[in-house]
Design a protein around this ligand. Structure first.
Ligand SMILES: [Zn+2]
Length: 324
């Protein structure tokens, strides 16, 4: 019988060698041959299983994100490769809507989102809903969120701001309503495009998330990023957007709020001068004002903030992201 047809060449060579011992060690050879046959069968079975899982992976979704390690207070960009071509894609993450855009060169969908400072460590689901030729398809991916390490500093604040006068209180309350109104503004269309650029070229004097403790009590959490810049430094837009607000406020001083669409806003505080007006469209990197020390500021510096759907996020992380 010709065994070469149903044995691997390597196995066959061994088989031929073994047959020479056939007469003397018949039982032993039979056992070895049986073992070889079993190994061949197992090998071919594993090959079949491998090709089956490859076929399966083509029909499933792929979700990646940046930054790779997600923490509370961080912005995040999700990159989604659906199982099939989609006409539209939307998502939900931590109770917020995520808007996706299609990147033609990489054939992936990307959407910006964030994780609030209050979010506890754990695994959270990114829920995805797509449409393809009038058909609805959905997918869910659990993503783990860790705890960020933010610094704590002991500070003293000016009495003027801890105990405002009745007139100042009236002003503060009026502005509270205005700020709520402005910050609630939501434009689903995307205006931002490409990476976010720093507003100034300067040293960072205070990072996002710093807990300010006064007499052992947490008075505030720094919800922005401070740059050490002297008065009169050109401040530019982090990305393209529309000016939502450009006016003086009690705490913020001369303040600019830009709307980049998809629920993403950037704020620029303590300015000495405005270079834009509300309603104006600005390009990425365009001069919008000059730095200063107006409002609640111990001295001239620039405070910027990033807000996504009502959540303050770390601007430094957003500035590091690579975006199409
Ligand atoms: Zn600040």
């Amino acid at each position: 019988m010709d065994y070469s047809a149903w044995l691997w060449p390597e196995c066959y060579a061994v088989f031929v060698t073994l047959t020479s011992y056939w007469e003397t060690k018949r039982d032993c050879c039979a056992a070895i041959c049986l073992l070889l046959l079993l190994l061949t069968a197992l090998f071919s079975a594993s090959q079949t299983a491998g090709s089956a899982s490859k076929t399966k992976s083509k029909t499933s979704w792929a979700v990646v994100w940046q930054p790779i390690k997600l923490v509370n207070g961080a912005p995040v960009v999700f990159w989604v490769t659906p199982a099939k071509r989609l006409d539209s894609l939307s998502g939900n993450w931590l109770g917020h809507d995520v808007f996706f855009s299609f990147d033609q060169p990489s054939k992936t969908w990307y959407g910006i989102a964030g994780i609030s400072l209050e979010t506890k460590p754990g695994a959270y689901a990114l829920q995805l809903k797509g449409t393809s030729g009038g058909q609805n398809i959905s997918f869910e991916r659990k993503i783990s969120v860790g705890r960020a390490k933010y610094p704590t500093i002991a500070v003293t604040v000016s009495r003027q701001f801890t105990e405002p006068s009745p007139e100042q209180l009236q002003q503060i309350n009026q502005e509270k309503a205005l700020k709520q109104d402005v910050l609630r503004h939501f434009e689903p269309a995307r205006e931002w495009a490409g990476g976010f650029v720093p507003p100034v070229t300067a040293r960072v004097s205070d990072v996002f998330g710093t807990r300010r403790v006064f007499n052992g009590e947490t008075k505030s959490v720094h919800q922005g990023l401070d740059y050490a810049v002297p008065q009169g430094t050109t401040v530019s837009a982090l990305n393209a957007g529309t000016v939502l607000l450009a006016q003086p406020l009690f705490f913020e001083g001369n303040c600019i709020v830009l709307d980049h669409g998809q629920g993403l806003l950037t704020l620029y505080l303590h300015l000495s001068e405005f270079k834009v007006k509300a309603g104006e469209h600005v390009a990425r990197g365009q001069e919008i004002g000059l730095s200063g020390g107006t409002g609640r500021a111990t001295g001239p510096h620039l405070h910027i903030a990033v807000r996504w759907e009502g959540v303050y996020l770390d601007p430094a992380t957003l500035l590091k992201m690579r975006l199409p």
